[in-house]
Design a protein around this ligand. Structure first.
Ligand SMILES: C[S@@+](CC[C@H](N)C(=O)[O-])C[C@H]1O[C@@H](n2cnc3c(N)ncnc32)[C@H](O)[C@@H]1O
Length: 146
C-alpha cells in the first residue's frame, strides 16, 4: 500500500498472504500479490543480500479475522512478540553490512516502548511525534560493518 511504484523492478515484495483484488469498501480495493510468498521469520534469501529492507509487520492483535483492518494489515497471533523479534533478526541477516532497515509501526494497540525492546538493536532515529493523533512511526536501523 505505501509503495509509490507497486511494480518497482528493484523491489522484492514479500508477504505470507496472497489475496486477489478485493473491494473492502465501496470503491476501495486491496490486492496482495507479493513477488515472493514467504515468512519473514525465515526469509528465502542469502545473508548480506540487500542494501535496504523495510519491515512492516502487522500491528493489530485485537481485530476480527474478517475485519477490514485485518484484511488490510493482517493480525498478530500466537507468540507474536517472539515472531517480531525473529523477523527483525532475519531482516538484519539479509541486509548487507551497513545496510539500512526501516521499521514501520502503528501504535494503535501497542506503543513502540513495548516493541523496541524485542529487537536486538536500537534505532538510530525515527519520527516520534505524536501530535495531531499521529500513531504511525518510521524508524531507521543500520547493520553493523562486520
Ligand atoms: C502492515 S501490512 C504490510 C503492508 C505493506 N507494507 C504494503 O505497503 O502494502 C503487514 C503484512 O504482513 C503480513 N505478514 C504477517 N505475518 C507475516 C509473516 N510471518 N511473514 C511475512 N508476512 C507476514 C500480512 O499478511 C500483512 O499483509
Amino acid at each position: 500500500m505505501f509503495w509509490f511504484d507497486k511494480h518497482n523492478p528493484d523491489v522484492e515484495f514479500c508477504d505470507i498472504r496472497v489475496m486477489d483484488k478485493t473491494e473492502y469498501y465501496p470503491g476501495r480495493y486491496i490486492e496482495i500479490n507479493p513477488d515472493t510468498v514467504c515468512d519473514f521469520t525465515e526469509l528465502p534469501f542469502d545473508d548480506n543480500s540487500f542494501h535496504l529492507v523495510v519491515f512492516d509487520p502487522p500491528h493489530l492483535e485485537y481485530a476480527g479475522d474478517t475485519s477490514i483492518m485485518a484484511l488490510k494489515y493482517g493480525n498478530l497471533r500466537g507468540n507474536w512478540r517472539s515472531m517480531l523479534s525473529s523477523g527483525f533478526d532475519e531482516c538484519m541477516r539479509v541486509l548487507k553490512p551497513n545496510g539500512v532497515l526501516i521499521f514501520k509501526w502503528s501504535e494503535i494497540q501497542f506503543p513502540l516502548s513495548e516493541i523496541l525492546p524485542l529487537f536486538s538493536q536500537k534505532p538510530l532515529f525515527g519520527n516520534r511525534c505524536r501530535k495531531r493523533g499521529n500513531k504511525t512511526h518510521w524508524l531507521c536501523f543500520m547493520k553493523d560493518e562486520v
